[in-house]
Design a protein around this ligand. Structure first.
Ligand SMILES: Cc1ncc(COP(=O)(O)O)c(C=O)c1O
Length: 330
């Protein structure tokens, strides 16, 4: 494996993020719960994308780019953190944003992440109904290049083998913290979407020879589809690190039982998880990602899938600005 620390990276986030106990939530659900606070990565209200962007923005810089282009939903946390990274590092930011059917509308168009995107100075390109965001982004890339700009395309969620490196690094950080704090972690749980977080985390654990299981609670896909997405990116990330992709075998576990009707559409259990974490731990989750992830975790504690003696680490991937777009449901 090449020297991981020699891979180009821009330090744009705060770290290491805290890893701490959640005693009151543990008592409420009957398992020993810990939390890794990647909602506290610092940049532009924080979240998991900041770690990925440290590698993606370095790659853009090394290619001589002057503009970051990315794609997401109108309330994308990834788009908001990309806009903040662009502002911090001196790039122009162009966001291709898609509306999401079934979401509340009163605050969705002007609040939360979208308001912050504008504040960070990003240019917004709405995708009209019937168009495909990826195609719109490709066309935009061509137009920008024709106009003499040097655009760099960051994929949905920052999820490719470069972005995943942010979570390889996070895996190393977690292993160091649990050693120092003398915690034996039996299970890591987090919300899994475009797959870069889970693939990177697993690649980092595999590279370090650690066998802690990672459960990705899918936010928009059934179990099989989510596992296939994570598996493919995990294999690519391992290859990028010079490791055997076969090391991925048997490591990818996702659960598609908690996302409800679709991406961005919240569920009663998600809202219960958001309210419960706020009221017993003072921690803000979100209705699209971490609320669903936590709803899965709580259900598995209550139903005995996770037992009372187990130490479970919830990776908080951020997203709280999204709360303000869902005010009418909360
Ligand atoms: C708050 C939050 N949690 C989790 C995820 C999922 O991470 P990934 O796309 O790497 O699977 C996202 C992705 O946008 C997110 O914004």
């Amino acid at each position: 494996m090449p020297d991981f620390d020699s891979i180009p990276r821009m330090t744009i986030g705060h770290g290491p993020t805290p890893l701490e106990a959640m005693p009151r939530l543990s008592q409420a659900v009957g398992c020993n719960l810990y939390i890794k606070r990647d909602d506290c990565t610092g940049l532009g209200a924080g979240g998991n994308k900041t770690r990925k962007l440290e590698y993606l923005v370095a790659a853009a810089r090394d290619e001589g780019a002057d503009t970051l282009v990315t794609i997401g939903g109108l309330q994308s946390n990834h788009a908001r953190q990309t806009a903040a990274a662009a502002a911090k590092c001196g790039f122009v930011c162009e966001l291709v944003l898609e509306d999401v059917a079934g979401t509340p509308k009163q605050d969705y168009y002007n609040n939360g992440n979208l308001l912050l995107d504008r504040l960070f100075g990003a240019n917004i390109h709405p995708v009209v109904e019937g168009e495909d965001g990826v195609v719109v982004a490709d066309q935009l890339m061509a137009r920008l290049a024709e106009a003499g700009r040097k655009p760099y395309l960051i994929p949905v969620g920052g999820s490719n083998e470069v972005g995943s490196l942010g979570y390889v690094r996070c895996a190393h950080e977690i292993l160091a913290q649990i050693t120092t704090q003398n915690i034996q972690v039996d299970q890591i749980v987090h919300a899994s979407g475009s797959a870069g977080t889970q693939a990177g985390l697993l690649a980092g654990l595999i590279a370090a020879g650690a066998d802690i299981p990672v459960l990705g609670i899918a936010v928009s896909r059934d179990t099989e589809a989510q596992q296939a997405l994570v598996q493919a990116l995990l294999e690519k990330t391992l290859q990028y690190l010079g490791l055997d992709p076969a090391l991925a075998t048997g490591r990818v576990v996702a659960d598609g039982g908690y996302f409800g009707e679709g991406y961005g559409i919240t569920t009663p259990a998600t809202l219960e998880a958001v309210k419960m974490c706020a009221r017993v731990e003072g921690i803000l989750l979100d209705p699209v990602y971490t609320g669903k992830g936590m709803a899965g975790l709580i259900d598995k504690c209550r139903s005995g899938v996770f037992s009372s003696g187990q130490n479970i680490l919830f990776l908080h991937t951020g997203g709280s600005p999204g709360l303000f777009a869902y005010r009418e449901l909360l």
